[in-house]
Write a protein that binds this ligand. Structure first.
Ligand code: SF4
Length: 64
């Protein structure tokens, strides 16, 4: 599984980094960054939760 953030849409609310810190981190520009090339197996559920809780739905999950 991979995760991607659309930086043009992210508002920097920080929800994703709270829900799944293994994958998302708030950058110096106050926008969310994906910090791993592949989502660790044990973080997949939290990563999906983060995507579904993003208020502007700018997290794209690619399964596989
Ligand atoms: S939850 Fe969405 S809008 Fe909020 S910081 Fe994460 S990617 Fe950006």
């Amino acid at each position: 599984m991979k995760a991607k953030v659309d930086a043009g849409t992210c508002t920097g609310c920080g929800v994703c980094a709270d829900v799944c810190p293994e994958v998302f981190k708030m950058g110096d520009d106050s926008l969310s960054q994906v910090i791993v090339p592949v989502v660790p197996k044990e973080a997949e559920d939290r990563c999906r939760d983060a995507a579904s809780q993003c208020p502007v739905t700018c997290i794209e999950i690619t399964e596989g």
